[in-house]
Design a protein around this ligand. Structure first.
Ligand SMILES: *Cc1c(COP(=O)(O)O)cnc(C)c1O
Length: 315
């Protein structure tokens, strides 16, 4: 009998590791592991059926930003998907902190995931599945790179329609991303850097992992329907309230976004990021606008304010 291992070329574990995994620490099945060792069964329904919910919080200069809001959203998703975790909220917060501390990162992207798992008897009944919790901390990442942050992103509006809220409640943060990924391919085909896709009524919805805002005559607007209620989006509302700007969630048409004075996107992966081109036209004069700049500054200032962030205790 041929031994499988001898039939395979030797793999230098370190080589595979460096190519495929960022430096970081994961927690799963009760253990902390390097990212390269955090693996799930291919039979986990999280993988087979996208039957999972997750959340991502970031750490900036050794502090979690708005961790409570992320935990609220994560636990909300778990409840609606009728999942159960063996850990309570405090335990999960301490696991997330441990992942960051063990990784050594001062600025990190920290993800918590609950998958349906699988049934010990391979039953098809989701009630019999043993749900799985996974967390990890890797280096902070952003939708926009440094150059894009400075000059603004170039975005294309795709004809792809976001999965309707009547199919999947968008408040449950999820991995149903085929619409967003196809939107990205559409955008790349036109030379743009990222995509916005539409809601079921043809209005602007959101992009791959971000919400969008338009500024017109000093007023801020963001899509109301069919989008994930982002924590960064919520933070923009809170910052606007603080500095006396009006921000509302409403329907936004393609014509409206293109005629805006300023456009920006929001995500835990990067914060508030300017958009200066949509399809083949510039937004206003094609430069990052003053309200966007002001909100970006305020947003990052809040990262060391104890009312908005929590210190991590590194040994
Ligand atoms: C996570 C996510 C966002 C942004 O939410 P934040 O809480 O601000 O990071 C927007 N849209 C989708 C589909 C997302 O998954």
């Amino acid at each position: 009998m041929t031994q499988l291992s001898s039939a395979l070329p030797a793999i230098d574990a370190h080589y595979v590791d460096r190519r495929s995994y960022p430096h970081g620490i994961a927690f799963m099945d009760g253990q902390y592991l390097p990212m390269s060792e955090a693996k799930i069964s291919v039979l986990d329904w999280g993988f087979l059926h996208s039957d999972a919910t997750y959340d991502t919080v970031h750490v900036w200069n050794g502090r979690f930003f708005r961790l409570d809001l992320h935990l609220d959203r994560f636990f909300g998703g778990i409840e609606r998907l009728r999942m159960k975790l063996p850990y309570d909220r405090e335990k999960i917060a301490s696991i997330l902190e441990d992942c960051v501390v063990l990784s050594g990162h001062k600025s990190a992207y920290v993800e918590m995931i609950c998958t349906r798992g699988s049934s010990p008897t391979f039953s098809r009944d989701p009630r019999q599945a043993e749900n799985r919790f996974i967390a990890f901390a890797v280096p902070f990442g952003s939708v926009a790179n440094k150059e894009q942050q400075e000059r603004g992103l170039h975005v294309a509006i795709s004809e792809t329609v976001r999965i309707p809220p009547k199919s999947i409640d968008p408040a449950i943060k999820n991995y149903h991303w085929l619409d967003l990924v196809m939107g990205l391919f559409d955008a790349y085909d036109t030379g743009a850097e990222t995509a916005l896709i539409l809601d079921t009524n043809g209005h602007i919805a959101e992009g791959p992992g971000f919400n969008v805002f338009v500024v017109k005559d000093g007023l801020l607007r963001t899509p109301a329907f069919g989008v994930l209620p982002g924590i960064t989006r919520r933070t923009v509302f809170d910052l606007c309230a603080e500095i006396g700007l009006s921000a509302k969630a409403v329907d936004i048409s393609r014509a409206e976004i293109k005629a805006a004075d300023e456009v920006f996107i929001t995500s835990t992966a990067g914060g508030i990021m300017p958009v200066t081109r949509i399809d083949d036209g510039a937004i206003s004069n094609g430069r990052v606008g003053p309200i966007t700049r002001r909100l970006i500054d305020l947003y990052w200032q809040k990262h060391d304010d104890p009312a908005w962030s929590t210190a991590i205790i590194y040994p």
